[in-house]
Write a protein that binds this ligand. Sequence first.
Ligand code: 4AD
Ligand code: MG
Length: 480
Amino acid sequence: MKHTKVKTLLLGEAVNKTVCVKGWVRTKRGSKNVSFIAINDGSTINNIQAVAESDSFDESLLKQITTGACLSIIGTLIESQGSGQKVEIAAQEIEVLGEADTDLYPLQPKRHSLEFLREKAHLRFRTNTFSAVFRIRHALSFAIHQFFNDKGFVNLHTPIITGADAEGAGEMFQVSSLDWNNLPKDDKGNVDESQDFFGKKTNLTVSGQLEAELGALALGQVYTFGPTFRAENSNTSRHLSEFWMIEPEVAFADLNDNMDLAEDFLKYCIQYVLDKCSDDIAFLDKRLADEEKNLPKEQKSEMGLTERLQFVVENDFERLTYTEAIFILRNSKPNKKKKFQYLIEGFGADLQSEHERYLVEKKFKKPVILTDYPKGIKAFYMRMNEDGQTVRAMDILFPGIGEIVGGSQREERMEILKSRMEEMDVDQEELWWYLETRQFGSCPHSGFGLGFERLIMFVTGMKNVRDVIPFPRYPQNSEF
Ligand code: 4AD
Ligand code: MG
C-alpha cells in the first residue's frame, strides 16, 4: 500500500479510510493493553499517533517498537479519542522496517543540549528543533530563487575552484593534487606550482562576486547561490569555514538601488517563512522563549521570535553612514564608561560586533544599513567617493546577528580601480579578466552578499551558526 505523509494525514481528510504511514518512532507509551506510538516522518513538526491494541500484535513485535525505530503502519484514520490531536491511526498491521537498540540510540525522548546534538549530526534531523530548522532552511532557499526569478535575474553558477582571492583577505583553502610528501621544487627551492593540477596556485572560492560582475555586465542582473570557504581561524557562533552565500550583482544600479534591493529581498524571505512555515516558527518561538526563561532580564530578547520577524518585515531599515555611526558610538554610554572592549576613538576604526549590536539593539532597535566606510577597512573593488577617503560600501546589521549582508557599489573606473589594487597589493595580472570588464563597456553596477546561515539564524532564533547548517565545518571539525 502507498504511504501518506504525516502532514497530509493530520489534515484529517481521510477519516475512516485505511491509510499507511511510514516514519520513525518519537515516543511509545501505554499500558499492558494498548500502546500509543508517536510517529514522525519529517514532513511536519507534528507527530501522528498510532494506537495498537496489544491483543492484535505479537508481544515480540511490540517490543521492537522503541524510540528511533522505523515503522510502516497500516490502519484506519479515526477521529482521536484523546486530547492533543485531531486524528489518529487505529493500527491493524505494523512492520518494523528498522529497529533501534534502546540502549544505544543516542536520542532519548527528552531535551538534549545543542552541543550534544552537534556531535550526533547524523541523527539530529530526527529532533523537533533540527527538523524545523532544516525545513525552514529549505523554504528560505526556495524563497531566494523565487525572489530573483520573479525579478528576472539569471542564476549564475560561479566556480568553486578559483585562482582569485575576491576579498583580498588571504583566508583561503588551497586546492592541490600534488603529493605533499614529495613536492616538486623550482630552482629557488620553492614549491613549483606550475606542476600542480591547474598549472598554478588555486583555492576554494571565498566569494563568487568577481565572476558575478562579469555576468552582470552582460546579462544585466545575476545572482549566485553557492558554497564559499574561509580559512579564518575564528571559533565564534557566527563563523563557519564553509558557508553558503547569495550574491546578486546588478548593472546600472547605484548604492541606493542596492540597499533597496537588499531590504526588499530580506523582507521577502522573512515573510515567505512566516507564511509557509507557521508551525515550525511557532515551535521555534516557544523553544526560544523556554531557552531564555532562566536568563537574566538584560539578556532576554525584547520580542518573541514571530513578533521580531514581523517587526523586521513591517519597518524600514535605518540607513546611516559609517561616519554618523562613529559619532553615535563615540558618544554612547558604553564607550564613555569604557564598557566596550574596543573603545571607539574616531574615524577609521573597524566596527566590532559589540558596536554593531549597540547600534541595532540599543540605539535604533531595528535593522541598520551602514554605508560609506573608510577605504582602509574595505575591499579593493568598492567605488571610491569624492572625498577620496570613503567607499560606497554597505553592511546590513541585524539584531542578535550583527552583519548579515555586505556589499557595495563597484569601482567601474579603470584608473581608480587599478590604483586601488596597487594600494592594497592586489595582483593585477591574476585578475586581468576582471580588469578587462572595465576596459570594454564598463558601467556603474552594484551587488551584495547575504550569508545564508546568518539569515537562517535570524529567522529560526538559533544562536549558533553551527546549528543551522546540516554538517558544519569549523576549525578542528570536518566530521560527517
Ligand atoms: O562581507 P563579505 O565578506 O562580503 C563578500 O564576500 C562580498 N564579496 C559580497 C558581495 O558584495 N558580493 O561576506 C558576505 C556575508 C557577510 O555579511 C556574512 O553574512 C557572511 O557573508 N559571512 C559568513 N557567514 C558565515 N561564516 C563566515 N565565516 C562568514 N563570512 C562572511
Ligand atoms: Mg563583510
